[in-house]
Design a protein around this ligand. Structure first.
Ligand code: NAP
Length: 523
């Protein structure tokens, strides 16, 4: 069964509804959801006119008149809402969506059943929403709906407060073979709206644009199609993604999906918002590994999970690239196909930041790694990226001084790699020839911030900012003004993503395609 992409039409009057229908078709809608609860002065006649507009498009339509208790826009009386749905069936609507809870009332049920029996092809979607959290027992609710009305299409939608809440929705889609609509709302549920197509949900919803979303976490059609390769998704699509918190800012989906498209791979890269620490990270990967049918095969890992990724791989006796072990952080995980002798899939951990950063430095400065020997370098920050860069520079023999806000963390990193440490207040005394920002200071939206005093920048310095959004940070602007050479985070990003792409596909990515994709999504 092919999932239909439904676009809600949530207009206050007929004219606006007409405009929205046109925009939905232009965006690529495969179905319309006529949210009649958004219409002002709702009447059966008005709804018939809107349905006539929808019918002229030849797209199937779901007519909904949502109860305010379940997310409706205007609180219309129950009698009018059932009148509207009965009239919609008469007017030729392919589907009506009625709240399961309200359908349990005998009066409502009789009305709707009669209207269904009087029309030749209209079908009933029975929906349940939980805007706060998961359902107590989603499988039972699914069975209850089908017991009450076996021909119904159950629609079960709930808010995921954490990405780990989504797995119940995935399981239900996987375990049931009929027509059903299942996904999660909220930022943590975003991926469920995309994966819904892979898992065979009857419908997934997307808005005309970001302003007209009718539910939390609803994506715009343009994002779904262009960024998340919606038209290419099928049951066999292999999944990848960036695990982090936050992940909304990441260029990963744009870059990797553009490269998957280029090589025509049936692969999709998703933003995977995994909030919390090691426990939540472990639970997420356990959820993934125990569901081979989800088809996840690899991950990029970012703040705050790079060390967690390494610990998880150790605990699972996976393969750890020696470099990742030495750095103490992994930014890439791959999951092998199950081996013939075991159902367990092996997880492998890598670090592509190390080489990505070193190559960005040497290629921009047109030097070799050997030229880094004895070079005085100041590294600001002591997090995941700093660890990879300090490990790389220390292997190359550079003389490194680490500056960090949290003294204990900075001192620990310095001790591990035999470097010096100083507090941030000592930055004005820097005597380095290469200055590297490994903090998020200056990153969008805080583009007017810089980690280093402008007056201390010198013409004989090279300045590398790992921040890649914006490509030219305030630090780099001021460094250029001071006559210093600059290295931006985009080059490092492309280098590390190219190495990840090779691990994900065995193929070489086109760096110029990555650059184009990243430039389209940064400010
Ligand atoms: P992380 O592990 O969370 O470390 C962040 C570091 O920044 C810590 O040392 C932290 O200091 C410091 N920091 C954060 N906010 C600060 C502030 N307001 N004042 C002073 N210090 C502050 O993050 P990460 O993974 O290393 O990533 C850091 C940055 O690297 C990201 O924001 C991103 O822009 C960049 N990055 C670039 C690439 C690339 O390919 N170009 C790849 C990954 C990351 P404390 O120890 O005191 O908390």
């Amino acid at each position: 069964m092919q999932t239909k992409l439904a676009v809600p039409i949530a207009a206050p009057n007929l004219d606006k509804a007409r405009q929205q229908i046109e925009a939905a078709i232009a965006a690529g809608a495969e179905m319309l959801e006529l949210r009649t609860d958004y219409l002002e002065n709702l009447s059966v006649e008005l709804v018939k006119s809107v349905i006539a507009e929808a019918k002229a498009t030849n797209l199937p339509a779901i007519v909904t008149c949502r109860d305010k208790q379940q997310g409706g826009a205007i609180g219309y009386p129950a009698q009018l809402r059932t009148d509207v749905l009965a009239a919609a069936l008469k007017a030729g609507a392919e589907f009506i969506d009625f709240e399961y809870e309200n359908f349990l009332s005998t009066d409502n049920q009789e009305r709707i059943k009669l209207a269904l029996s009087e029309c030749s092809k209209g079908r009933l979607i029975l929906s349940a929403h939980n805007f706060k959290t998961k359902f107590d027992d989603i499988s039972q609710l699914y069975r209850d709906i089908l017991t009450v009305y076996p021909a119904a299409i159950p629609k079960l939608v709930y808010t995921a407060n954490h990405i780990n809440d989504c797995f119940e929705a995935f399981d239900l889609l996987h375990q049931t073979s009929g027509e059903q609509i299942v996904f999660c709302m909220g930022a943590a549920g975003l991926v469920s709206r995309i994966i819904a197509k892979k898992l065979g949900s009857f419908v997934t919803f997307a808005s005309i644009d970001e302003k007209t979303a009718t539910a939390p976490g609803q994506l715009a059609v343009e994002q779904l199609k262009n960024l998340y390769r919606y038209d290419c998704i099928n049951a066999d699509t292999q999944l990848y993604g960036i695990i982090g918190s936050p992940v909304g800012h990441s260029a990963g989906p744009a870059v990797h999906n553009a490269c998957f498209a280029e090589i025509k791979a049936n692969k999709l890269y998703l933003p995977l918002l995994v909030e919390g620490g090691q426990a939540e990270f472990d639970q997420f990967l356990n959820n993934i590994l125990s569901r081979e049918w989800l088809g996840f095969a690899g991950f990029s890992v970012t703040i705050p999970h790079k060390a967690n990724a390494l610990e998880y791989t150790k605990a699972k006796f996976g393969f750890i690239e020696p470099l990742a072990e030495k750095i103490g952080a992994a930014n890439t995980l791959t999951i092998d196909e199950p081996r013939a002798t075991s159902h367990e899939r092996r997880i492998s951990a890598y670090n592509t930041d190390y080489a990505g950063a070193l190559d960005a430095i040497t290629s921009t400065l047109e030097i070799s790694r050997a030229d880094l020997n004895n070079l005085p370098v100041a590294v600001i920050g002591a997090g995941g990226v700093a660890r990879a860069i300090v490990a790389g520079l220390s292997d190359a023999g550079a003389k490194i001084k680490i500056y960090n806000r949290t003294v204990k963390k900075g001192k620990k990193l310095a001790a591990e790699f035999n470097c010096d440490f100083a507090s941030l207040s000592e930055l004005p005394d820097v005597e380095a020839k290469l200055l590297i920002n490994c903090t998020s200071i200056g990153m969008h939206p805080n583009t007017d911030e810089t980690p280093f005093p402008q007056e201390c920048l010198k013409a004989d310095m090279a300045v590398f900012d790992t921040v890649y959004n914006p490509a030219e940070t305030l630090l780099l602007k001021q460094a250029s003004q001071a006559g210093a050479k600059t290295i931006n985070g985009v080059d490092m990003f492309i280098n590390q993503a190219t190495a990840q792409f090779k691990l994900f596909t065995g193929q070489d990515a086109k760096p110029e395609l990555m650059r184009k994709a990243i430039c389209n999504c940064i400010i």
